[in-house]
Design a binder for this molecule. Structure first.
Ligand SMILES: CC(C)(COP(=O)(O)OP(=O)(O)OC[C@H]1O[C@@H](n2cnc3c(N)ncnc32)[C@H](O)[C@@H]1OP(=O)(O)O)[C@@H](O)C(=O)NCCC(=O)NCCS
Length: 374
């Protein structure tokens, strides 16, 4: 079996940041305007009065302190409550491709590879800005990569599913060097007028270079010892946006074409399933939980991550063992576990073993066990 490695990773996040306080100030102004504008309907029992949000709730319930976004002004504008993204001509590079190129360049540089070395490129993320041509093919063209490229969407697990696809293609000789890119513009699928979820997401992009160990020249590469994927249908996280929307009769309300979830159920159902899958894979790889130096987990909710690692280790984990990025970037969907990996792998000595795991809509869970080579 060909030994396959992650030889470089890259990261891009927009400069604009929205703190919980700024987000809540805007949301609460929207609530006041909504309740005033609809006072008669609320009094008549035809509409429900909206309740204010609070920074304290957001921090306690999720661990999120701020998020990076592609457009701050549009999100905070109470008459808009969504990012404003300038339309581009078909000839211009799209915003997702632009983010992907930025993250890819860093990953390639770390791996000591040139774009022309890449012969497989995946854009693996929750939302594609168009149906076709694939964003991945646009990025392939923008970078000057060869081979083939395609888009892949398994929501928050897209990056780990992409990693597994790349490992499979490389170990069977179909590809020699793969890029897995996750340009997530989650702020554009988020309902900023919904108190239950208005704080959840941010925007970012990650990149991973995957190649055979035999061609790897980079220091600090991580051998992929094991990958495992799991899916089980659930409506608890859902987004009904799609190409049939304009044909649907009656048409959907706009709110129904944005992210929605039953967060409590997700928490309760997904956390034990992730802990079980990760524990099983550690054992299947011939390792013990004590052998795992680091858990690069999906960055959705700090309480969820604490619970998952506690179930795996049988004790509380330190932030060194399970690094936290969601305080700074919020939930960036598939990019989350790769951000954790990107920012927290260089310090570990050769021989260290870590677990990357994503989880989210589908439900979907991805798990990869990685060993540092040099
Ligand atoms: C979304 C999430 C942070 C909510 O936290 P929670 O502790 O489950 O909170 P709940 O939704 O049960 O709400 C608790 C209370 O706070 C209220 N509340 C909800 N949003 C609020 C807000 N922004 N500000 C203040 N109060 C709020 C609720 O109405 C509820 O009030 P009640 O007890 O009077 O009914 C949490 O469930 C979560 O992160 N789940 C995992 C989701 C996930 O990982 N999804 C993957 C997405 S890809």
């Amino acid at each position: 079996m060909t030994s396959v490695v992650i030889s470089g990773s890259g990261f891009f996040a927009p400069d604009s940041v929205i703190s919980n306080e700024e987000l809540v100030a805007s949301y609460n102004q929207h609530v006041e305007e909504f309740n005033n504008d609809n006072a008669a309907a609320i009094a008549a029992g035809e509409l429900t009065e909206k309740q204010p949000s609070s920074p304290e709730f957001i921090l306690k319930a999720s661990g999120i302190e701020r998020r990076h976004v592609v457009d701050k002004a549009g999100i905070l504008d109470t008459l808009r409550l969504q990012p404003e993204i300038e339309s581009r001509d078909d000839e211009q590079t799209g915003i997702q491709a632009e983010m992907a190129v930025a993250a890819a360049r860093e990953a390639l540089q770390k791996a000591g590879k040139q774009p022309e070395d890449v012969d497989m490129l995946l854009v693996a993320c929750s939302n594609m800005q168009r149906a076709y041509p694939a964003v991945a093919i646009e990025v392939q063209n923008a970078l000057g990569c060869g081979g083939y490229a395609y888009d892949l969407n398994v929501a928050c697990s897209s990056a780990t599913f992409g990693l597994q696809s790349a490992v499979a293609a490389i170990s069977t000789g179909q590809a020699k060097c793969a890029l897995v890119l996750s340009p997530e513009i989650c702020s554009a699928h988020l309902n900023f007028s919904n108190r239950d979820c208005h704080f959840i997401f941010g925007d970012a992009c990650t990149a991973m270079v995957i190649e055979p160990q035999a061609s790897c020249t980079a220091q600090g590469a991580w051998e992929v010892l094991d990958t495992k994927l799991f899916t089980q249908f659930s409506n608890n996280i859902r987004n009904n946006f799609g190409f049939l929307n304009s044909s649907e009769s009656p048409p959907r309300e706009k709110d129904d074409t944005l992210f929605k979830q039953n967060g409590r159920s997700v928490f309760k159902e997904v956390s034990p399933a992730v802990a079980q899958l990760v524990s099983e894979r550690i054992e299947a790889t011939g390792l013990k939980t004590d052998d795992i130096s680091r858990f690069w987990l999906h960055q959705a909710n700090i309480n969820m991550n604490n619970l998952i690692v506690k179930r795996i280790l049988g004790r509380e984990a330190t932030t060194e063992e399970a690094p936290v990025e969601l305080n700074e970037y919020a939930n960036t969907s598939s990019a989350g576990c790769v951000i954790a990996f990107h920012h927290h792998n260089d310090d570990l000595p050769p021989g260290s073993v870590g677990v990357m795991s994503s989880f989210g809509a589908g439900y979907s869970i991805g798990c990869a066990i990685l060993k540092r080579l040099s």
